[in-house]
Write a protein that binds this ligand. Sequence first.
Ligand SMILES: Nc1ncnc2c1ncn2[C@@H]1O[C@H](COP(=O)(O)OP(=O)(O)OP(=O)(O)O)[C@@H](O)[C@H]1O
Ligand SMILES: Cc1ncc(CO)c(N)n1
Length: 273
Amino acid sequence: MDVTKVSRVPVALTIAGSDSGGGAGIQADLRTFAFHCVHGTSAVTCITAQNTLGVTRVDAMPPEAVVAQIQAVAEDIGVQAAKTGMLLNKEIIGAVAKQVELLQIENLVVDPVMVSRAGAQLIDDEAVKILRETLLPLAVLVTPNRYEAQILTGIEINSLLEMKLAAEYIHQHLAVKAVLVKGGGMTGLERGTDVWFDGETLEIITTQQVDTKNTHGTGCTLAAAITANLARGENLFTAVQKAKDYVTVALTYALDIGKGTGPVGHFYPLLQI
Ligand SMILES: Nc1ncnc2c1ncn2[C@@H]1O[C@H](COP(=O)(O)OP(=O)(O)OP(=O)(O)O)[C@@H](O)[C@H]1O
Ligand SMILES: Cc1ncc(CO)c(N)n1
């Protein structure tokens, strides 16, 4: 039998927390990379005990362990694009930012995980400050949800207009190249509509609204799909548009598991083939 070797495969790195329930974090990211035929590598920042009902415990990794994982991947395998998710504390955020700079990791997507879907703040104010000062300036894109955009801007977001104002504010004041304010946490017509701003173009990115309660991991999945598309060489805006389409299909195939908010169906679109 002939042995076929894939000699060139794009590599993406996720720097994020583990979700024992398998719906968000590292688990969602690696499945999303795999769906996009991108080799997924990871640096685990924390271990969450989590299911569809919520998070019951979080254990942080030592920052040195996070650094060692990033270095092991970057120095040998190489990284075409990377994303950060739940970074948890200021020590891990600072250490990650330093490595991204040292190893010259380009195509960095920062999903600034700060608030749980239930509205609880996951990282303290000092960690938000370090994130703003050290990591955001290194990102090609930051993807806050409604609540994270509120924390980053101080603007209360209840409408599309306020999402636009927040996107403009984040670009102007936080030294990021581009921003996508996500609308999964909005109500009414804005639910599922995102706002993109790169300093020149403000775009409303929308697909059809999916009527499901099972939306766990949508944010991780979107950022991971953008990262995978960047690793494949897409330009940033196309990477975002394609990722938005992927999340919408994955939401359509969301899994009705557990008693709470189930995860999106990362591979279920394949069942159609
Ligand atoms: N019901 C829905 N219909 C269509 N798109 C949705 C829906 N809910 C979320 N989305 C989309 O999913 C993506 C993720 O946005 P969301 O605001 O849910 O992120 P998030 O709060 O960070 O997610 P999570 O914390 O659950 O991982 C966005 O593109 C958003 O528009
Ligand atoms: C580990 C982890 N990362 C990110 C999120 C946000 O969805 C979550 N719930 N858990």
